[in-house]
Design a protein around this ligand. Structure first.
Ligand code: NAP
Length: 473
């Protein structure tokens, strides 16, 4: 759809904005929903913010995203604030209706949505948040509101800001936040009691890529490590946290969710999450102005298939670390898109609804290069999935003996909605016997990992994939 005299505008005001993923993400969403809206990014210097906001008001913009360095100073220029952005003291989304501008903060909502999709409930837990800038303000608010105790660690230059933030989050009846200097002793002490670590500093992104504030020895499973940095998709902190066995969450999911919540505020429609994620990823992979967006990648991916309990996620994480390929957990992606856990999807939409979402997810990942994809156990049941995966990936079947699968599933507490009784070995064995030929038929490479550690399995797969690539040249 090309712009006409009726086209409405949403905008990003910030400085810099050149690397922003928001224009790609929102324009893809507007096209997907057939909306006559255009999203444009404007570099707005501090001295020009007031004029820019007046201009948006005068020109009847539908909405504005606000980013660094204007999230706080935009507040006096608006007519209203919703209660959340008022409490946080920072706005990242503005809705304009009839010339009246209302500020919102979707960073907080996006952060909490991602935590809940990762089955992390902050209530009664201990969090360590690194940094006290605009993103940390939203994250700390969201955590404290959810019943979490928060330790904010900030380097000396911004410590007074961190102290102010903690004071604003506390109340006479609730002492939920404290601020301390960011140094080795405080990191070590705070992490000893932490359930979740959030990096809300710029460390990990340019010009700090390859750097992490937290030494690997301070990260202990089952800690959740959430890095808000989304470029690169996998940061040094995420790599080391994965090595340490933590549950790792990247900033891209929060970026997509805060964008989705802004989209919903501007349009009143539910956001096309998959389209937004794909557009953001394509922009990240290919950079600005590239013509590569959305093209299939050739067979640059590794897709792991196999029965539940065969260790696909762990092995995929190790392969990702060893080869630099981006880790994609297909089931997690489906949960994020749906805003529901897999058992909830099964309960509400049935297995058929879930399989339809799985097909869409496979389609999306198959359009992206340089990934290691951990597939759900039933992905092989639909040949469309296999055809699509095969176009972009070398498919590896992780074979594990039936006894081991039974032993592992007996130890796992997670729900398995494809099974009526996850504790019944007979039901598991039947499903395994039924699916085994599908795994075998789909695979380019089969690895029997029954006697191998996860590390050894990953090493074997990498070697076999290299051999396979050489032989098929
Ligand atoms: P900001 O307001 O500029 O705050 C940056 C914070 O990082 C400050 O606390 C700053 O400390 C700290 N910092 C910067 N360099 C540091 C260093 N070398 N060592 C230690 N601390 C350092 O930025 P922001 O908006 O909060 O964004 C922070 C990060 O979150 C960025 O990477 C951004 O891309 C990411 N983010 C992600 C999402 C998402 O949706 N995933 C949303 C918002 C932001 P001082 O106070 O001492 O300067």
């Amino acid at each position: 759809m090309s712009a006409t005299t009726k086209t409405e505008v949403c905008a990003l005001f910030g400085n810099p904005v050149g690397q922003s993923l928001s224009p790609a993400m929102h324009n893809a969403a507007f096209r997907d929903k057939g909306l006559d809206l255009e999203y444009l990014a404007f570099k707005v210097e501090r001295k020009n913010l007031e004029n820019a906001v007046s201009g948006a008001r005068a020109l009847g913009f539908r909405g504005i995203n606000i980013t660094i360095p204007h999230k706080v100073r935009v507040i006096p220029l608006l007519d209203h604030l919703d209660p959340v952005s008022k409490k946080i003291g920072a706005v990242n989304t503005v809705v304009a209706e009839g010339g009246v501008l209302t500020g919102y903060n979707t960073d907080a909502g996006g952060f909490i949505r991602v935590l809940s999709l990762n089955s992390f409930d902050p209530d009664g837990k201990n969090a360590v948040v690194l940094g006290s800038g605009g993103a940390a303000m939203a994250v700390c608010y969201a955590l404290v509101e959810s019943g979490c105790h928060v330790t904010i660690l900030n380097r000396a230059r911004g410590l007074s800001h961190a102290t102010d933030l903690a004071a604003r989050l506390n109340s006479p009846s609730k002492n939920a936040a404290r601020a301390l200097p960011l140094d080795g002793d405080n990191i070590k002490a705070a992490l000893q009691a932490a359930d979740i670590l959030v990096n809300a500093t710029s460390v990990g992104m340019h010009p700090y890529e390859g750097q992490s504030i937290v030494p690997v020895e301070f990260i202990k499973p089952p800690m959740v490590v959430f890095d808000l940095v989304y470029n690169p998709v996998e940061t040094e902190l995420m790599k080391t946290a994965a090595q340490a066995g933590a549950h790792v969450i990247g900033g891209l999911e929060m970026l997509v969710w805060q964008g989705a919540l802004a989209f919903e505020l501007w349009t009143g429609l539910s956001a096309p999450l998959r389209v937004m994620r794909q557009a953001a990823l394509a922009r990240l992979e290919t950079g600005p102005g590239s013509s590569q967006q959305g093209l299939p990648a050739g067979r640059q991916n590794i897709a792991l298939v196999g029965f539940m309990g065969s260790g696909k996620s762990t092995v995929a994480r190790i392969i990702s670390r060893k080869t630099g390929r981006r880790l994609v957990e297909l089931d997690r992606m489906i949960e994020t898109d749906a805003g529901l856990t897999i058992p909830q999807i099964f309960a509400r939409k049935g297995q058929t609804g879930f399989r339809e979402m799985e097909i869409e997810a496979v389609k999306t990942v198959s359009a992206q290069p340089n990934q290691v994809i951990s597939c759900g156990g039933g992905v092989v049941l639909n040949t469309i999935n296999i055809d699509r995966l095969r176009a972009s990936s070398i498919i590896v079947y992780l074979e594990v003996s039936q006894d081991q699968i039974l032993a592992r599933l007996a130890r796992q507490k997670v729900e398995k909605p494809v099974l009526t009784d996850p504790a019944d070995p007979e039901e598991i064995s039947k499903l395994l016997v039924f699916r085994e030929p599908f795994y075998r038929a789909a695979a380019d490479i089969t690895i029997d990992s029954s006697r191998l550690s996860a590390e050894e399995t990953a090493g074997r797969i990498i070697a076999e994939v290299r051999k396979y690539e050489r032989s098929s040249k």
